[in-house]
Design a protein around this ligand. Structure first.
Ligand code: ADP
Length: 301
């Protein structure tokens, strides 16, 4: 189309020139027009052809650009969705299969008590994983349907301590250091804040080695309160820092990735931070790892 329009403009321009030359020749026989009038008409028509050509050309290029962008964003969102479906199917099937297996073993076999305890512990872990996955999916759905935030003045220090204890119960082999200022109060939605803290702690654990401790800091200043979840894990490349906040986004490829997840955790965290008028920053930890930092200004508390 662009070529057709360019050709059309060239042809029209040619016709305009031909008509200009003919009119000049006709001047000898007919003095109805003056040379300046003919020249003015010629220039005006030339400008018109160029102007129209330019408008059509820009419109077509703009249209092509918009179609191209829409097409790619559709492809990208389909890819993310299929990534999500792949991982959710896997995430749902694995714990269910393992729970079925444990059930059948417990029913069919006479086992010593320590073996039974092991199996029950595994069952516990699997059902917790299932619970957290379903929680994240439900929370995302609720947030998209406008989640009803219920802000109350809450002791954040105690709330964070209780979430650390829970994380340690689920991951008894991990070290979580805490550096929490005491008696920090803030107006938050408790259920949402619990989800936010749990997701940040579970990511810090998931994306670092067993030997690498995780640290949680809670600081209060005259201007704001800050919650930092720090790990010594693999870290996050700069160009991925914004993308990981998008729904279903996970770094890498679903077929080759080792860690389990759905790409919903940080999307939920971001929505919750925004709802509390806070700021979420993803920083590089030194010498390695990441810092997820949530700041809520005292003006918004
Ligand atoms: P999930 O953990 O279920 O994949 P999230 O939304 O919580 O989903 O995280 C999105 C992606 O961000 C993860 O797949 C991971 O690649 C990356 N990520 C999140 N937290 C960390 C972290 N602490 N260290 C390194 N990478 C992280």
């Amino acid at each position: 189309m662009v070529t057709a329009f360019a050709w059309w403009a060239i042809l029209l321009n040619k016709k305009n020139e031909e008509s200009f030359l003919l009119k000049n020749q006709l001047l000898q026989y007919d003095s109805q027009y003056s040379v300046t009038e003919i020249k003015e008409t010629y220039d005006m028509q030339r400008r018109m052809i160029m102007g129209e050509g330019l408008v059509f050309g820009i419109s077509i290029i703009l249209g092509l650009f918009l179609i191209h962008r829409g097409f790619w964003s559709e492809i990208k969102s389909n890819k993310k969705l299929s990534n999500f479906l792949l991982s959710v199917t896997h995430e749902l099937k694995t714990p269910i299969a393992s729970l079925n297996l444990i059930n059948r073993t417990l029913v069919d076999k006479e086992l010593p008590s320590d073996k039974i305890k092991d199996l029950l512990n595994t069952a516990n872990e699997e059902s917790r994983r299932l619970e957290s996955l379903v929680d994240n999916i439900l929370m995302t759905a609720q947030m998209e349907q406008s989640y009803d935030y219920n802000f109350e003045n809450i002791n954040l220090t105690e709330l964070i301590q209780s979430r650390i204890s829970r994380a340690l119960k689920i991951n008894p082999n991990r070290t979580i250091r805490q550096d929490l200022e005491s008696e920090v109060f803030c107006k938050v939605d408790q259920e949402a804040f619990v989800k936010m803290i749990d997701n940040l702690i579970s990511n810090a654990i998931k994306y670092s080695q067993v030997s690498q401790p995780v640290e949680i800091q809670l600081r209060k200043s005259a201007e704001a309160l800050t919650l930092n979840v720090i790990d010594l894990g693999q870290g996050i490349p700069n160009d991925e820092k914004k993308r990981i906040l998008h729904k279903f986004y996970r770094i890498g490829n679903e077929e080759t990735r080792e860690t389990k997840g759905t790409g919903l955790g940080l999307f939920i965290v971001k929505q919750i931070v925004d709802a509390h008028k806070g700021q979420l920053k993803i920083l590089d930890n030194k010498p390695q790892g990441s810092i997820f930092s949530v700041t809520i200004s005292n003006k918004n508390r």
